[in-house]
Design a protein around this ligand. Structure first.
Ligand SMILES: [Fe+2]
Ligand SMILES: [Fe+2]
Length: 188
């Protein structure tokens, strides 16, 4: 009983000290900056890989609206690479790509789907599904990186990343629209 009492007293002391903490410690700020840079290097690798993967997806797609959407996003993706280079230079970091296991897996999945499906509506549906998984991963990444940049008061970085985030969201919505119209066609 006594030990439980002392544990709960310790907990309440900890709570109080956390509650009193107003500003993040300098080493936390540095830690968040390191995390931002590390994640930027991973998504830089991912975007570069996507500029190689998207042409294969375009080649495998049949529906014109899907080909158009992927072609448009291919151009946007090249811009995402350039924009990340601007981000690196604005925080005086070297633009370096570190292999991102998550993006590698998503791209492999897309390639698998394209190999295993018959060309036409089904392969298109698979390409949309794989494409949306990539977009969702990018949306999650850029959302986090944007909030890290805001916390670190890196306004230029935050606004560059926000631009890319908006384009990833647009691409995801476009793919949703195409999927919906394809399903309507299939149902008729
Ligand atoms: Fe992107
Ligand atoms: Fe994207």
């Amino acid at each position: 009983m006594e030990s439980t009492g002392s544990k709960s007293a310790q907990k309440s002391n900890q709570k109080q000290s956390n509650g009193n903490r107003e500003k993040s410690k300098p080493n936390e700020k540095q830690g968040l900056r390191d995390l931002l840079v590390d994640e930027l290097k991973h998504i830089y690798w991912g975007e570069k890989e996507l500029t190689k993967a998207l042409p294969k997806m375009i080649e495998n797609a049949t529906a014109e609206e899907l080909i158009d959407a992927l072609t448009g996003h291919m151009e946007a993706t090249k811009e995402h690479v350039t924009r990340l280079e601007k981000v690196f230079s604005s925080i005086n970091e070297k633009a370096e790509a570190i292999k991102c296991a998550a993006m590698e897996g998503l791209i492999k999945e897309a390639e698998g789907i394209m190999e295993e499906t018959e060309e036409g509506m089904v392969r298109d549906a698979g390409i949309i599904s794989a494409g949306q998984k990539v977009e969702h991963y990018e949306i999650a990444t850029y959302s986090s990186l944007c909030s890290f940049a805001k916390t670190l008061e890196e306004d230029t970085v935050a606004s560059l990343l926000q631009e890319t985030l908006n384009e990833e969201k647009e691409a995801d919505e476009k793919l949703s629209e195409i999927a919906e119209s394809m399903q309507l066609e299939m149902a008729v």
